[in-house]
Design a protein around this ligand. Structure first.
Ligand code: SAM
Ligand code: DTB
Ligand code: SF4
Length: 317
């Protein structure tokens, strides 16, 4: 699948056919019993110079989020250990930066990556734009993946963010790949985009070489004080269709059902797993916004018969 027409043709299949097709791809390339748990931690919160209209951490909007300077390595170690206890296999750290500045703070982030790797988890960070040398240093520290979302289509992008361009975004993804780090890149549904915008975003991701190792599909979590605070909820079956299309386009990637699960029913999430989602953010908090309670997620995974923490079929409940 490379062209927009390819994506439209798949996305518009009758729903049952689309899901069955995605499920067949999933069964061939992935493992239904393996739903990855990732935990998120905001290592530097708020006061971001970018103007992303969805974000509670942008300094351009008056939001209830408190600013917090870069955490210490010890604080991160504690959170990462707790995440590992809960069965997380990937620990993702986010900083509200336009781009990291070389110096003591970047060095501290490198130490955070080392700590997470020492704990035996995959380490992912999302720090904004990167230079080649920063990407190389992250790689040397053992970083597994770098998250940097395209967020939406090229044409819709300026409606959402004006302080950096789509090409800035793509250039960072290229620097990440050049350094030999896996790319984690996806987007957000529910920011006033059209069906074609969503498909164009997947189509852009499909042009990357190599394709992203993981594709997060976020649903907008409307944040008080941001321009998108009143945006309507995304239609459930449109989420399922996009997840299925992503699975078919990226047979070997993790498709991560990301932000917005707190407003999804169990049944909708199960449909997304059936359609090829094989990763979630676990734990009660994303970066600043809430996520389903871990007990509810445990119960959901038990009910569907997978033990995501170990990537094996669950023993009898
Ligand atoms: N500052 C870095 C950057 O933007 O690349 C990293 C942190 S940023 C919060 C990471 C991603 O979270 C964004 O690209 C966006 O896709 C997602 N995100 C942020 N706020 C969101 C919201 N309110 N709802 C859904 N997804 C959101
Ligand atoms: C991604 O695609 N989603 C995560 C992660 N990558 C960094 C972030 C979701 C953020 C949700 C809003 C918040 O917590 O502030
Ligand atoms: Fe800053 Fe990232 Fe939020 Fe944009 S999404 S305002 S870059 S923290």
């Amino acid at each position: 699948m490379k062209t927009l027409d390819d994506f439209r043709a798949v996305y518009r299949l009758p729903l049952a056919e689309l899901i069955l097709k995605a499920a067949a791809v999933h069964q061939r390339h992935r493992n239904y019993a393996d739903i990855q748990r990732c935990e998120l931690l905001s290592i530097k919160t708020g006061g971001c110079p970018e103007d992303c209209k969805y974000c509670s951490q942008s300094a351009h909007y008056d939001t209830p989020v408190d600013r917090q300077p870069l955490l210490t390595v010890e604080e991160v170690r504690e959170k990462a250990e707790a995440a590992r206890e809960r069965g997380a296999t990937r620990f993702c750290m986010g900083a509200a930066w336009r781009q990291p500045k070389d110096g003591p703070e970047f060095d501290r982030v490198l130490d955070m990556v080392r700590v997470v790797r020492e704990l035996g988890m995959e380490a992912c960070v999302t720090l904004g734009m990167l230079t080649d040398s920063q990407a190389e240093r992250l790689k040397d520290a053992g970083l597994t993946a770098y998250n940097h979302n395209l967020d939406t289509s090229r044409r819709h992008y300026p409606e959402v963010i004006t302080t950096r361009t789509y090409d800035d975004r793509l250039n960072t993804l290229k620097a990440v790949s050049r350094a030999g780090i896996s790319v984690c890149s996806g987007g957000i549904l529910g920011m006033g985009e059209t069906e074609d915008d969503r498909l164009m975003m997947l189509c852009e991701l499909a042009q990357l070489d190599p394709p992203p190792e993981s594709v997060p599909i976020n649903c907008l979590m409307p944040q008080t004080g941001t321009p998108l605070e009143m945006a309507p909820k995304v239609d459930s079956l449109e989420i399922v269709r996009l997840v299925a299309t992503a699975r078919i386009a990226f047979p070997k990637s993790r498709v991560r059902l990301s932000a917005g699960r707190d407003r999804m029913s169990r049944e909708l999430q199960v449909l997304c797993f059936l359609a090829g989602a094989d990763s979630v953010f676990f734990g009660e908090k994303l970066l600043t916004a809430p996520n389903p309670h871990e007990n509810a997620d445990e119960a959901l995974f038990r009910a569907i018969g997978v033990s995501p923490s170990r990537g094996e079929p669950a023993t009898a409940p």
